[in-house]
Design a protein around this ligand. Structure first.
Ligand code: MD3
Ligand code: FE
Length: 201
């Protein structure tokens, strides 16, 4: 698969997780969702996201009428987020080499027509720290372009693919156009799960 050479700081590891590792991680996410169920956030304007979300780790990103922020508790249950699986901490170390561990994992669930519009991730305190993304389940068409705007590049993210956004790519505009529904059987009931590991604080 081709990677966008025009975006220094974007790295893609196709098939970084083999089938067994994908299944293990899927089971860990499903176990976490038992105590921290997927919920549908709303924008500050009150518009529901088409993506459902939950989190793991000491913090996770939330959105509601009060705005976007990282918080230590699930917005529906009020309970702390479940811990980040060690496998994800190890993956962060191996692929980013960043000296500090991620403190937040946002878990996005896409089903059917769910998508995510082009945006920048800038709610984290330290925008020099990388973001690591792990895709599970159906393949998605991911779009990424320069922070300043301009031409974007579409590429497929398949189950087991991992990408990192670091340095000059950290403020890239990016989103998910659509799913290739039925391309994987990994997510029970179908769809795609994306995990993003970050340093929020
Ligand atoms: C590029 N998630 O959670 S992951 C998000 O597939 C988000 O659910 C998408 O965008 C998803 O904010 C895309 C790939 C990704 C994640 C973070 C980035 C790309 C990024 C941060 C900066 C630049
Ligand atoms: Fe994002």
């Amino acid at each position: 698969r081709e990677t966008p050479t025009s975006l220094p700081g974007f790295r893609l590891w196709p098939g970084a997780l083999d089938a067994a590792a994908q299944k293990t991680l899927m089971d860990q996410v499903l176990a976490a969702a038992e105590t921290a169920p997927f919920y549908r956030p709303v924008t500050p304007g009150g518009r529901p996201f088409s993506v459902e979300m939950t989190g793991m780790g000491s913090l996770a990103w939330v959105s509601d009428r009060a705005g976007y922020r990282y918080q230590p508790t699930h917005p529906v249950t009020g309970q702390p987020w479940p811990p980040m699986p060690q496998t994800l901490l190890d993956l962060w170390d191996a692929l980013t080499g960043w000296p500090a561990p991620p403190d937040a994992c946002l878990v996005n669930l896409y089903r059917g027509e769910a998508r995510m519009g082009l945006h920048q991730d800038r709610d984290e305190a330290d925008l020099t720290a990388p973001v690591l993304s792990v895709s599970l389940g159906d393949t998605a068409v991911f779009r990424i372009g320069p922070a300043e705007g301009g031409k974007t590049h579409g590429l497929k993210l398949a189950s087991g693919d991992v990408c990192a956004l670091m340095g000059p790519a950290r403020l890239a505009r990016h989103g998910i156009d659509r799913l290739l529904t039925g391309s994987s059987q990994l997510v029970p009931g179908g769809g795609r799960i994306n995990l993003t590991l970050r340093r929020a604080l």
